[in-house]
Structures are given as structure tokens and as C-alpha cells.
Write a protein that binds this ligand. Sequence first.
Ligand code: ATP
Ligand code: MG
Length: 400
Amino acid sequence: MYNSIICRYHEIAIKGNNRRVFEQQLIRNMREALNAIENLKIRAVRGRIWLELPERKPFSATEIDLIKEKLKFMFGLESFSPAILTPVEINAIKEALNSVADSVFSPVMARKSKVSFRIRARRSNKRFPLRSKEVEIELATVIGDKYDNDRIFVHLDDDADITVGCEIRDEFAIIFFDSFHSGGGLPTGSNAPVLALLSGGIDSPVAALMTMKRGSAVGFMSFHSDPYTPPETTAKVRRIGEYLNGFQPPQKHFFVNLSPIQKMIRDCCDPQYRTILYRRMMFRIAESVAKKYGFYALLTGESLGQVASQTVENMSVINNSTSMLVLRPLVGMDKLETIRMAEKYGTFELSKEQVPDSCTVFLPSSPATRSDVPRLESEEAKLGDFRKVLDEMIANIEVY
Ligand code: ATP
Ligand code: MG
């Protein structure tokens, strides 16, 4: 019965002169996500995006389900509603409501003896002869005439069993019942791409999603320590990367074997600085790959104070190893907030599987919670010309 999908955005709307650029990016992303639906028309009309089939053919139930799934986390989009599009004429609108009401009211009336409903009309077409309130009364009368008045009643609050939405615009009017949340934020691709250091943990996948939501496409770099970490370590993070690519136009995933430099660090440096030394090497490798492949910043799942390597002192020493901007969107979040987001986006299921991490290879029993740059530089001096080793490691990167 639905012959259109009305899609609403929020943050794009306040973009002034650039709005069109953001809108076009959102449309490209939606087109790519929904490419399984043949001949789908996606148009931007006055602050909304509309989906339609040729000749306004109704969408099938399968198509509606697909759209719901694909737009659930479409960044840049605030909400969407399957809708019935009608001519801008009150009798046509009433007729449309009359013909679809059963499919929405009957299931609820089968469950409940008394069903509350409300009509919410909006009129952007100021030439339309009825005001919004008058439209609401006309449409409430359609429902009132149709059903036994002992079974239904008008209730204006949010918790009404059924809300009938009606929008009257210049070129058409619509009736809709449900509004579904979408991803919010800005369309991925509207900001420059960044490279995430993606571990198999809970945090970095959430950091990647938060950044996609701010408009940056996210490439991925994951470190393993083959043969000191098992193949499951890379298999797991590869699955996470694939899953995350479902939220954006897919990006590359780089895999780096960190063990050559880890062995050198194990053999030459003070054990309490191992984690920080590993991280500084990770940043150097990531920076070099980011520059080569056109990523403008690095991204991590670090959160202030969570573990020894994330004290302000240690993070600043780690940060000092790169001149690139490092985004840390989780910095102000507590672990439970991050877990809730991981659950919402569906990454928690993938992250919770326990496999050994690259950073825990040769880990000391008590890592330093404080360090400083001169100290780390003198540890690194013990490694000789480690840049050569890093270059070799970079040459051996696997790209998916
Ligand atoms: P996560 O849950 O993301 O692993 P964490 O709380 O376990 O984070 P750490 O293990 O200290 O914290 O890692 C901090 C950040 O360093 C990670 O969020 C990630 O961005 C990066 N990182 C750590 N290990 C790896 C790895 N093996 N490959 C790529 N990046 C990593
Ligand atoms: Mg981790």
C-alpha cells in the first residue's frame, strides 16, 4: 500500500550554502545501499528525500523490509516513514486514509478492546484551503465514521496506539503511520577519509562508527603478531572490518604483522615500556600508510584512563610519535556507554569473542602508567635504525 518513503534529515538542514553537497552525498550513499531495488527513484525535494518506484507503484513488503534494514543506520538521515502519496486535495487524502486504515487499525483492534489514535497534520502548502487543525478534524472523522465509536477514541499524546501523520506539500500530500529512526549525523563521505587503528576489541569499532557518523569514511588498519597470535585474531578483526563496511561505501582494510619490531623491543628495551613502544610503532606505520593512500587523520578507540597506556602522560607520549591528527571519539565515554553503543550497532556480538591481541604479546606484568618522550626516545635509540624494519613491515602489508 505504500507508494513512497519519506526520508527526513536534521543536521544537513542547518548547512546553509553547502546543504546541496551534503544532500547529494546522502543520496549517493542511499542509492548504493538500496541498489538491490530496481529502478528506485531517489529525489531531494525541499528539505526531504523521497523514494519512489516508476509510476508510483507500491513497494512490496520485501522491499519495505529491505529499506528498513538498510536505512536503520544511514548516517545523515534522521528518520523515515513508508507513506501513501496522494494528490493535494482533501477528498483524495480522506479516500487514501479510508482505503489503508484497516491494515493499520485492524491488527491493533484485534489486540485491544479500546484503541487510541491521533492525527497529526502539517501543511507547508499555504495555498491549501484547510488549515492543519481542520485537516486533522476531517481525517479524524474518516476514522470515527469507519469504526465502532465504543472501540476507538482520540488521544493527543505521544503514547496514542496509532498516530496518523499527514503532510500537505505543494506537489502532493502524504499519509503515514510509522516513523523509524535512522543513523543521524552527517552522510559518510561528506568529510575527508580517516584511517582507524582497528583491534578486535569493543572500543575501536565504536570509534569507527562514531566517525562515519560525522561524515568521514573510515579505512582500517589491524596489527597481528603472527606466529605469536593465532589466525583467529586476524579472522575476527577481518569480520569486524567487513561488518563496519556495511555502514559506509566500503574502504580498504590493511593487515600488518607487528612481530618483527615487537621482537626487537622485547630484546632491547625496558619491559615496562613495551606497550607504549608498540603503540608508537603502530602510529608510525599507520601514518605512513595513511599518507600513501589518502587518509587525512588517524583514529583510535582510546578512552582516557581506561588502561595503563591511556593515562594522559602515556597517551601524550604515544601521540608524539606522529604528526598527523589523531581522532579519539571515545575519550569522554565510560565503558558502559561504549558497550551500549556497540550493542546498538551490533558490533558487540563480534567483539566479545575472546582472542589474543597483538598488544598483549610479550606483555610485562606491570606496565608503566607514566612515561615521557625523552625516556621513550632513549629506549627507541637502543633499537638502532628501526625505520628500516618498519619500511619492510609496510612492504609486507596485506590489503583487503
Ligand atoms: P579496543 O577495545 O579498541 O581494543 P582497548 O580498550 O582494548 O580498545 P587498547 O587495547 O589499549 O584499548 O587499544 C587502544 C587503541 O589502540 C584501540 O582502540 C585501537 O584503536 C588501537 N589498537 C590496539 N591494538 C590494536 C591492534 N592489534 N590493531 C590495530 N589497532 C589496535
Ligand atoms: Mg584492545
